[in-house]
Design a binder for this molecule. Structure first.
Ligand code: MG
Length: 163
């Protein structure tokens, strides 16, 4: 059976918010009184993008590539992990068509950072800024995100066979 040379992938992630942590979203440091807790720098958006890419190429997930049991991954820069995942995807013969992302955060307001985040994600992936979509949503005060206990992110990515 012939298969079309495109693949779709989805990624989702959520990290708890806590005091005395920097807040990294999409490789951009965001000014806020709390930050995300995690083994790495806890950049929830880059983790969702990484999982979407790996999933689209059937290459597993971020936890398989960078186990949190490995001390080398403590405090690791998520941009570096995303770049490594992208390299694996490229080696498997795929290139990115586009990605679309959602960050769910009650606070802070992300609209002032939207362009910077899109530019940074595009830079990490060496693609054009208009290949990166980003929406910021609140949770209307409901649930862990609405209570500002966590920030979540989702990403879908479309890959095509590289020329
Ligand atoms: Mg994560």
């Amino acid at each position: 059976m012939a298969t079309k040379a495109i693949r779709i992938g989805i990624g989702t992630d959520l990290h708890r918010l806590g005091p005395d942590r920097p807040l990294w979203l999409g490789g951009v440091e965001i000014e806020h009184e709390s930050g995300l807790i995690g083994h790495s720098d806890a950049d929830v958006l880059l983790h969702a993008v990484t999982d979407a890419l790996l999933g689209a190429a059937a290459l597993g997930d971020i936890g398989g590539m960078f186990p949190d049991t490995d001390p080398a991954n403590r405090g690791r820069d998520s941009a570096e992990m995303l770049a490594a995942a992208h390299e694996a995807v490229q080696k498997a013969g795929w290139q990115i068509c586009n990605l679309d992302c959602i960050v769910a955060a009650e606070r802070p307001k992300l609209s002032p950072y939207r362009q910077r985040i899109c530019r940074r994600v595009a830079e990490i992936l060496e693609i054009a800024t208009d290949q990166v979509g980003l929406k910021a949503k609140t949770a209307e005060g409901v649930g862990p995100i609405g209570r500002e206990e966590a920030i979540g992110a989702q990403c879908v990515v479309l890959l095509e066979k590289a020329d």
